[in-house]
Unconditional design. Structure first.
Lengths: 483, 476
């Protein structure tokens, strides 16, 4: 039952054909299997019992939480050695909201350390393997959550998205990944990576399920000044499937195969799949147009992201000293203690980001790097907002194809293809609502497509994704290992 | 060597009054027990976020307005990034790019002269935890972490320790008058950084500037400045001015000297950037107007008003404005018609004497301006003498009655001329020998007669009238 949709499970609970306790048992058993095979979890809550069932759709149903969310009395490590023993005394707001409705957390999922990574391989408990193919990655940083949902451990899990960390793992794992408008879901209790980009996101197996969960989690929070009043939005209700007259655009420089001098077979198939999806859009009554964006701007996306996210991350991680929480160094001097804890606790990849972050914030460099990145960010966002005056959304393929191999035997990326890997970051630059849904297979491995819309237009964006999803056969799919 | 001018600038940090801290919901109050007024954010637990205390913003804007600064259209906060154990987040939330007030100007009184002071900026920020060092341990108390601080930075407007100290004292008065801060230096609520340099009298450029950090008392500020001026001047005189470096020093109370902390080369790059968790906030003109209305008349303005319009002298006016509540009490007295000098006299002697002796606030004082007026009226229309008034004053406080309860015939002063004349005639009739002696040269017997009248009336005879009548009778 645990591999079904939220509503199906809810109905079964209400009718009494299954109990919450049974669901939890099923989910825990599946968790152990998934952990054994794919290493998706930091903690499995073996003692979890289940809850009383009320009218809320999520009541009594198990779910997973990325380990960079603060969960009271449950280990929360951020997949980092700096917090390897940290047990918080408070719940993140969004987690509390789900608990208040009777949702049952059964595990904490692995991430790239503190969200800083796109492969799912840099967490302190090791790499998360893709449930469709163990030789491949899940992408990141919400690797564990994506893996678990794809493998059928529960209908949904929480993730966080700073550059694409919910929406790309969703594509690689053949499921749905939704990043709402910035500020719709409270970040209180989410370990910060880059505060102006971080967004709480949801991994699930259908658009409807992400809408159900988002409806419960959203709301202005007194603990987070960047949240806004979303009480007028009703995400699940807005899923009518009626998208006649909607307008979407895609970017010529990214989607035209002729722009790639030496495209791989995989890229060709990926873009063909994308074109099929565009045909499907037209069939549903959506007008689809090609638009052009200056290649220089597209090429700058990655740099803007690196500069801003590394700078903010460096500042945000300065509280990790081991003095109050996390394993404390036994050095005798406060400064040595702090340095020792951080030297031993952070992975080299994080340190590299700190070096970049410190560098771009230095007085003599700030104007050229950090401030200019902010200006280019503004430029990109303004271009998008201009398009959103005419269009309901931007539709693009996710990445250059299927999940990449773990052994690093990847084709070197051409400059043009890198923008295809990085465009999801636009969603974070502007705080735009953005959702990835599966739109096909290449050699039995899933690929995804992404729709991004204007700020606060979540209902519209979700509805378009819902309509598309309904006309494709990938809704609710559970991962099947390719041999 | 040419005559030297000292150039001094000040940075004043004051802990503000509020219910909760500036970015967290913990109580902003003094607590002996360490780590008792703390919220999650104050210890920088992962995932915690700042929430701005609106009252602190309002108070900061109040100061900005009172100092004639310009206010920004949008309020932003910035992160000042550095590592130190007393800064759990690893950054302090402060204001760098867009502070609550810039380019202000006020006048202060120094030795009876008014001098202008230019304010560079005033901004709101948070305080750090308290770090104490022992032999082999250091302790951290996070009670102070996140307490709202108002930082005021002046331009180098001062040229002597006296001027700098006068400014600090002036600002302390302003903060207390506006209820922004109690500025209790004993509790470390005020910390100052002092910048000192010297230049030739006719020079066009400033000399090398030295910063002395964390001077926490008024006497400390005075001593620090005088020491630094002397140190720099002596080096210059000896042809060793290059030894005066642009550096940060620390004032050592024990050795009464400044000691180097770090040089410009080791200066820390704080990597300031806008705090992303606090959205920018529009400061509307309507809000500023509202806030402006709440600024009370400040001490200097009141003092000049008392001197110029109420005829008080500098000394008395200064005493009255030292404490806003006393000044308010005085103004209430004036409002209900008590004469300025009489009110001043009562307040500065009997009232303040009583309050100080009993460690009371005038706010809780039983003798309100209204009661004082009744007392003063009774004296002026001769119902009671000054001496009697002082007795009633003391009784009122203890017995908590009204003035009129003490003005019955038993207590009343005898001022009726006819009654007194009869009484005096009686006494004179009964003391013929003394009258003869008085007329024969023993003029000090006059006091004897006055004493007899007082004895007969049990001290209630109006002394002025008594002497008048006696005089007439004895010397006519």
């Amino acid at each position: 039952m645990i591999d079904k949709s939220i509503i199906e499970i809810h109905n079964a609970l209400k009718s009494g054909s299954i109990t919450s306790k049974e669901l939890v048992q099923e989910s825990l058993k599946k968790s152990r299997e998934v952990q054994e095979k794919y290493n998706a979890f930091v903690t499995i809550l073996e003692e979890q019992q289940g809850s009383d069932v009320n009218d809320s759709l999520v009541t009594g149903i198990p779910f997973g939480v990325k380990d960079n969310f603060s969960t009271k009395d449950v280990l929360s490590t951020g997949s980092s050695n700096t917090l390897s023993n940290y047990v918080p005394i408070f719940n993140a707001t969004v987690v509390q909201k789900l608990f208040d409705k009777g949702a049952v957390m059964v595990n904490k999922t692995v991430l790239d350390e503190f969200g800083m990574g796109g492969t799912g391989t840099t967490g302190h408990t090791g790499a998360v393997l893709n449930p469709w193919d163990k030789t491949r990655m899940c992408a990141g940083s919400s690797a564990g959550s994506a893996c678990a949902v794809a493998a059928g451990v529960y209908p949904y899990a929480l993730g966080s998205d700073t550059g694409d960390s919910v929406r790309k793992p969703a594509a690689y794992c053949g499921i749905v990944g939704y990043k709402p408008t910035y500020g719709m879901l409270s970040r209180f209790g989410l370990f910060p990576f880059a505060s102006s980009l971080d967004t709480v996101g949801i991994l699930a197996r259908s658009v409807e399920d992400t809408a159900i969960v988002a409806d419960i989690m959203k709301g202005k929070d007194v603990h987070d000044m960047t949240t806004w009043d979303s009480s007028k939005l009703h995400l699940k209700e807005a899923l009518t499937g009626n998208v006649k007259g909607k307008k979407l655009f895609f970017i010529k420089e990214l989607c035209d195969i002729n722009n790639y001098p030496n495209p791989s077979e995989e890229l060709k198939k990926h873009l063909e799949n994308f074109n099929k999806t565009l045909d499907l859009c037209k069939k549903l009554g959506i007008e689809v147009r090609e638009e052009s964006i200056d290649q220089n701007i597209l090429n700058a996306i990655g740099s803007v992201y690196v500069v801003i996210s590394c700078a903010e991350a460096t500042s945000n991680m300065s509280n990790l000293t081991g003095i109050i929480f996390g394993p404390r160094s036994d050095k005798k001097n406060i400064t040595e203690m702090m340095i020792d804890h951080r030297t031993k606790g952070f992975s080299p990849l994080i340190k590299r980001r700190f070096v970049i972050g410190s560098y771009v914030l230095q007085k003599e460099n700030q104007m050229r790097y950090f401030k200019n990145a902010g200006r280019v960010r503004r430029l990109i966002v303004d271009i998008m907002k201009d398009f959103f005056k005419k269009y309901d959304g931007l539709i693009l393929p996710v990445g250059t194809g299927v999940a990449k191999k773990l052994d690093g035997a990847v084709d070197k990326m051409s400059k043009e293809a890198s923008a295809l890997e990085e465009h999801l970051q636009i969603g974070n630059f502007g705080g735009f609502p953005s959702i990835t849904i599966p739109n096909g297979f290449i050699d039995n491995l899933p690929v995804g497509v992404n729709i991004t819309g204007n700020c606060f237009d979540d209902e519209n964006v979700l509805n378009i994704a819902y309509a598309l999803e309904s006309d494709m056969p990938y809704k609710g799919q559970i991962a099947k290992e390719v041999s | 060597m040419k005559k030297q001018i000292a150039v001094i600038g000040l940075e004043m940090h004051c802990e503000m009054k509020s219910n909760s801290k500036v970015f967290s919901s913990a109580a902003n109050a003094y607590n002996e027990t360490p780590n008792s007024n703390i919220a999650l954010l104050d210890m920088a637990f992962p995932g915690t976020l700042p929430v701005v205390n609106k009252k602190c913003v309002k108070d900061a804007l109040k100061v900005s307005l009172a100092l004639n600064c310009s206010q920004p259209e949008y309020m932003y906060f910035d992160r000042k990034n550095y590592y130190y154990p007393d800064l759990p987040k690893g950054y302090q939330i402060t204001q760098m790019a867009s502070p609550v007030g810039v380019n202000g100007k006020i006048e202060i009184e120094v030795n009876d002269k008014l001098i202008p002071v230019l304010i560079h900026d005033v901004h709101l920020e948070e305080d750090t935890a308290s770090l104490d060092h022992y032999f082999d341990t250091s302790t951290l108390d996070y009670n102070r972490c996140g307490v709202p601080l108002l930082e005021l930075v002046t331009e180098p407007s001062f040229h002597s320790a006296d001027e700098a100290v006068a400014f600090i004292e002036h600002m302390i008065q302003i903060y207390r008058y506006m209820g922004i801060s109690d500025v209790d230096t004993k509790r470390g609520q005020m910390r100052c950084d002092v910048n000192v340099s010297i230049m030739d009298e006719d020079a066009t450029e400033y000399g090398t500037r030295v910063e002395i950090k964390n001077v926490n008392s008024i006497s400390g500020i005075h001593d620090t400045i005088e020491y630094e001026i002397k140190r720099q001047t002596e080096l210059k005189e000896a042809g060793r001015y290059e030894e005066v470096e642009q550096e940060t020093r620390r004032w050592n109370e024990e050795t009464m000297s400044t000691v180097r902390m770090r040089s410009k080369v080791d200066a820390i790059d704080y990597k300031y950037f806008v705090e992303p968790n606090i959205p920018k906030y529009k400061i509307t003109n309507d809000w500023l107007d509202e806030i402006k209305k709440e600024i009370p008349r400040l001490h200097l303005e009141r003092k000049y008003d008392y001197i110029n319009n109420l005829g008080l002298n500098n000394y008395d006016a200064s005493v009255l404005v030292k404490n806003k509540d006393i000044s308010d009490y005085f103004e209430d007295c004036i409002k209900i018609g008590i004469e300025a000098k009489i009110a001043t006299n009562w307040i500065t002697t009997s009232i303040m004497g009583y309050l100080n002796a009993n460690e009371l606030e005038i706010k809780d004082f039983y003798i309100t301006p209204k009661r004082l007026k009744e007392l003063i009226l009774a004296i002026s229309n001769g119902t009671i003498s000054n001496k009697q008034a002082k007795e009633i004053f003391n009784k009122l406080i203890v017995e908590k009655k009204e003035v009129k309860d003490y003005l019955n015939s038993d207590n009343a002063q005898i001022s009726d001329e006819e009654e007194l004349t009869n009484l005096i005639d009686n006494i004179l009739k009964n003391n013929p020998k003394q009258i003869e002696d008085y007329h024969n040269g023993k003029t000090n017997l006059f006091d004897y007669f006055v004493g007899q009248v007082m004895k007969e009336t049990r001290g209630k005879a109006n002394p002025v009238l008594t002497k008048e009548i006696l005089n007439k009778k004895l010397n006519s």
